[in-house]
Write a protein of this length. Structure first.
Length: 71
């Protein structure tokens, strides 16, 4: 890969194309994942990951408050 090629912006890849590539690689190394199973897994994981990201961003940007100690 040349320097010019490495500086090119990454092309967008659909989830189905990515799943197909992962399944092909999995078959090559003997894992044997079907393309549909990878897409189904991603669809199930997406809400969990988004919720975790939202909680992390909320904490990072001050969404949590420390309770003041009253003496």
């Amino acid at each position: 890969m040349t320097t010019e090629e490495s500086l090119q912006p990454a092309r967008e890849v659909s989830l189905a194309a990515l799943a197909s590539d992962v399944a092909a690689y999995g078959r090559a190394v003997g894992i044997g994942a079907k393309p549909g199973s990878v897409v189904a897994w991603a669809d199930n994981v997406r809400p969990v990951m988004l919720a975790a990201l939202a909680r992390g961003l909320q904490r990072f940007f001050g969404g949590h408050r420390r309770r003041s100690r009253r003496r």
